[in-house]
Write a protein that binds this ligand. Structure first.
Ligand SMILES: [Zn+2]
Length: 228
């Protein structure tokens, strides 16, 4: 696939600029956080990066990308057929989904923050760690969600060893015990790991539930969550 990329760009260059000398071309697949393609001219060399999400794309789509990038570079009109072919391909379901997943993974570091405007998750974590776990729990990544999600109040993400808490809890009208309860619940998921079976994401064993019942404001917290 990679070896196919260079001749595609060379042929596309030739079509666009039949008489111009062929510049040195460096073409590679690159792990952008999204479907993205770039072209630069540096010291007479053309440097091209094509999103690695397009590595499996059909040759016609790669030809479309080559045409679009080179046309852009040399200010030539972009042929409609190429533009359509490219757009159609990246908006196809599979690529859009893949891009979404990759964006989430690669964008992870950029968006994570334990510091809210009201509550700091690391501070709340360490407090709970002392009160319930003898300070023995290794701190995972802690982050507020990007969106004020109601569908997921909190979750433990084993792939990133991270606990994500919905931003709706970072609010002056949210009592600290409600946030503590959500975080405590996720900390118990760290303490009681489960083998995932099928799509069951949240498994609460009897031991898990017994330990959850140790949370002093459990009933108040649950009542607060019901009112959300
Ligand atoms: Zn759970």
């Amino acid at each position: 696939m990679r070896e196919k990329l260079l001749p595609i760009f060379q042929e596309s260059y030739r079509e666009l600029r039949p008489r111009a000398p062929m510049p040195e071309l460096q073409v590679e697949f690159f792990a952008f956080a999204n479907v993205n393609n770039t072209i630069r001219l540096r010291d007479g060399r053309l440097l091209v990066r094509v999103s690695d999400l397009l590595e499996g794309a059909p040759e016609t789509v790669l030809r479309a990308i080559a045409h679009i990038l080179l046309a852009k570079m040399y200010r030539k009109p972009i042929e409609a057929a190429h533009a359509t072919r490219y757009r159609r391909y990246i908006s196809s379901h599979e690529i859009a989904n893949k891009a979404n997943q990759v964006r989430q993974l690669r964008g992870w570091k950029k968006f994570q923050t334990p510091r809210g405007s009201i509550y700091h998750l690391e501070e709340v974590f360490e407090d709970l760690n002392q009160r319930f776990f003898y300070g023995l729990m290794a701190r995972p990544l802690l982050t507020w969600s990007q969106l004020r999600a109601r569908s997921s109040l909190g979750h433990y993400d084993p792939a990133h060893n991270a606990i994500v808490i919905s931003r709706i809890f970072d609010h002056p009208q949210v009592p600290r015990y409600a946030l503590e309860y959500i975080l405590y619940h996720e900390m118990l998921h760290l303490k009681h790991p489960v083998r995932l079976r099928g799509s069951r994401r949240c498994v609460h064993s009897p031991e898990f539930q017994a330990e959850e019942n140790l949370f002093p404001q459990l009933e108040q917290a649950k009542a607060f969550l019901r009112r959300l």
